[in-house]
Design a protein around this ligand. Structure first.
Ligand SMILES: Cc1cc2nc3c(=O)[nH]c(=O)nc-3n(C[C@H](O)[C@H](O)[C@H](O)COP(=O)(O)OP(=O)(O)OC[C@H]3O[C@@H](n4cnc5c(N)ncnc54)[C@H](O)[C@@H]3O)c2cc1C
Length: 420
């Protein structure tokens, strides 16, 4: 091998699986480029309140990884970036990357003066649209890199110049334009992960119509101190404390009309979220409506513990429909108890739809021909020589499995370079 550029590895996506692959490969002595679509690294885990099995805040794990990235000159990362094309073969790929403008350069100290000068508000995507934020924003409180972003709506507005002048560090660049960059790499790890299944497609559950019907990812943000309610779990309709909360499993999952597969994580996620509710409201009544409970490996213990709470009722039955009380704000859940075959109506203050994980590759495929399974996941760990899939781009899975998968992909990506 003479060309040192092709000794490099490209990692696309910086969730748990991607950052793990990047760090492991770099610490083994290989140059790595990370390409991340968001303005920050960390993927969906950064949006969780706590994560099982230990129920610690995700930044415990993420911070360690960010430190390893900062300390390693072999890793270069590009945020707000996407891969436009891939050509070539194992050991010698040509890749073009599109870098979208952040309108804020590396001189930014995150002082927030730009946000103070800005009056335009936009939806906050980090909080799944549950609140708004200034159009000059830090993506979230623990963002890495800790650097502001300007929304294009602000850049195009009359306020842009005022926001630029408010920056004491000359970090705002209103004329920043999209750029294209070429890379040569020896192998590629694809780790673009998942997105929540769109709850608007679940017509019978009233998501979008009844404000107190939320999704599991929204619950994670609501429970987080950095979330839209500063960590208080409250009914979105009136800001009141919910006296009863229902978790509706398989909301769109294992359903031929939606996601036919099981994401394998939603049961545990709802049990975890039941503990969020319990911590805040010791007397709240909690229901978990399920078809089958899937709690794998050591997490069976967690299931047993949650089941021991007398105010958490596991209810075997799939909720058919959610309506709202005629003279009240309660949500009425229609469900058949499959153990007795009795049809029941149960009224709660808040319902959480446990929507599944849809692979991002299902509507944003790789810019090179690779095989997918019926649901849009990459069909194997090695879909093409020199290209490796890691984490939820391959299979819906939890964090520890994503870390294992990322490590495995790093080894395979190194082998693609070394054996040539
Ligand atoms: C409600 C809920 C709660 C959960 N709680 C837990 C828990 O407590 N414990 C646990 O172990 N697991 C939990 N999970 C699962 C956990 O979120 C996943 O295991 C984890 O996110 C997988 O990481 P990943 O790197 O594969 O994907 P992701 O986290 O999705 O990361 C993918 C990254 O790729 C980026 N990307 C996407 N497309 C592109 C592109 N085209 N170009 C460049 N970058 C791109 C994304 O912006 C993202 O940063 C939960 C899941 C849900 C639904």
């Amino acid at each position: 091998m003479t060309n040192t550029e092709t000794q490099s590895i490209l990692v696309v996506g910086s969730g748990m699986s991607g950052i793990t692959a990047a760090i492991e490969a770099a610490e083994a002595g290989y140059d790595v480029y990370i390409v991340e679509k968001n303005p920050y690294l960390g993927g969906r885990v950064a949006q969780l309140h706590h994560y099982f099995p230990k129920l610690c805040p995700p930044f415990c794990g993420l911070e360690i990884n960010f430190r390893r990235i900062k300390q390693n000159p072999r890793i270069r990362f590009f945020t707000m970036a996407e891969v436009e094309s891939i050509s070539g073969e194992e050991g010698n790929f040509d890749v073009t990357i599109k870098l979208n403008p952040r309108y804020v350069n590396e001189k930014c100290t995150a002082c927030g003066k730009c946000a103070e000068a800005c009056s335009i508000e936009i939806e906050n995507p980090f909080n799944y649209g549950m609140n708004t934020m200034k159009a000059a924003y830090l993506p979230h409180d623990m963002a890495f890199p800790m650097r502001y972003v300007l929304d294009p709506a602000l850049v195009r507005s009359e306020e842009a110049q005022k926001v630029k002048e408010a920056c004491p560090y000359d970090a705002v660049e209103l004329d920043m334009a999209p750029k294209t960059m070429s890379l040569k790499v020896g192998s590629i790890v694809w780790a673009t992960g998942w997105k929540p299944y769109d709850a608007n497609k679940l017509e019978t559950y009233g998501f979008g119509e009844f404000p107190d019907v939320i999704t599991n990812v929204m619950m994670e943000r609501m429970a987080s101190w950095t979330g839209p309610t500063q960590g208080k779990i409250l009914c979105p309709s009136d800001g009141e404390v919910p006296q009863s909360v229902a978790f509706i499993q398989c909301a769109g999952s294992r359903d031929e009309n939606h996601l036919p597969f099981c994401s394998g994580i939603c049961c545990l996620a709802s049990m975890k979220q039941a503990t969020y509710v319990r911590e805040q409201y010791p007397d709240a009544k909690i229901y978990i409506f399920f078809i089958d409970i899937r709690a794998t490996d050591r997490l069976e213990d967690f299931y047993t513990k949650v089941k021991g709470d007398e105010n958490i009722q596991f209810f075997k039955g799939k909720v058919a429909k959610i309506t709202q009380e005629e003279n009240g704000k309660g949500l009425v859940l229609r469900v058949e108890d499959t153990t007795t075959e009795a049809l029941q109506e149960i009224t709660v203050d808040m319902a959480v739809l446990a929507t599944g994980m849809q692979p991002n590759t299902s509507d944003a495929p790789l810019p090179i021909d690779v095989p997918y399974d019926d649901y849009g996941f990459l069909a194997s760990q090695n879909p093409k020589p020199g290209i490796y899939a890691a984490g939820c781009t391959r299979v819906p899975t939890g964090v520890s499995e994503s870390v294992q998968d990322g490590t495995a992909a790093a080894l395979k990506a190194i082998q693609s370079i070394v054996r040539r």
